[in-house]
Design a protein around this ligand. Sequence first.
Ligand code: KG4
Ligand code: ZN
Length: 347
Amino acid sequence: MPVLGIETSCDETGVALYDPAQGLLAEALASQISLHAKFGGVVPELASRDHAARLAPMVNEVLEAAGAGLGDLDAVAYTAGPGLIGALMVGGAYAVSLAYGLRIPAVPVHHMEGHLLAPMLEQPRPTFPFLALLVSGGHTQLVAAAGLGRYETIGQTLDDAAGEAFDKVARLLELPYPGGPAIAALAERGRADAYAFPRPLRGRGLDFSFSGLKTAVRIAVARELERGVPLDEQTRADIAASFQQAAVDSLIEKCLAAARESGLERLVVAGGVGANQLLRSELRAAAQREGIEVFFPRPGLCTDNGAMIAYAGALRRTDQRTMQIVARARWPLDEVAPVRAADAAEW
Ligand code: KG4
Ligand code: ZN
């Protein structure tokens, strides 16, 4: 029986239906990019209101696409954190009310666990234990995943997240939000070696740092502007390509170091920045040279989506029915409850 998944932690409303026996049955995604674009970032109150307006119609749309009805649902999974608290409350209140009315369980899901498990919706499917690089707008971390709910963060950013660095550099280059796809597109016409941007903390442990890289880009932009003319297209493309290369080099160096240190031979990449084509191709090549198997979900499963929440919810499903809404703005991934192999619905 299918599990409905609801994602509302930030600026995408994601709804999906996942069946443990049949796989992903249907999914819908509503992006709020145009809503927030003119503010240069996500406005929390606008995000909450948009989630509230879209959820119910999207659930109907997904059920209809799967030829299912509310009565067919086995559980409702929802993102309980981390994220914007108002946005989480909207999804949580909707999911818990729906589940309570249907007399089925509501399953709170950790957003980053959803990202981490998303590659398992694809073939070939990674098996535990593995190393995970989680790279999104709010997180950049390396996680040793021993089993379902058994995660140890072995490296993380000391300042900005990788996606945040893409977003901030995009703003410096007057590109639209979100910056990742815009930088990647502009970088295609640029030279990655035009500017010698730093690779912070290279060779020094498993933690990341992106704020120095962002500052180096800011200084380079300021120097160009000192000449008194706006940046031409080639200069902007060169800066975007050089920045993207530096960010990707840093991510790859830390992944390889973490693989060596942990002895793990499978690497899973997830989160919005995992959609970056340069990261995908260069990490694949580097991992192959080191004998590491790397798993990327398709780009649509890297960025926020309801499918990963439905899937994590199916694995974490219990018979417990509750009216309690779980919503946590901050929630370290290492604190999620472990799931015994025998407990996991399809393990
Ligand atoms: O996982 P996600 O959709 O939302 C969060 O949970 O944060 O990640 C969004 C982040 C944004 O910072 C966005 O700029 C970045 O992922 N991103 C990319 C690309 N697509 C999205 N960064 C680099 N290259 C991309 N192609
Ligand atoms: Zn995310």
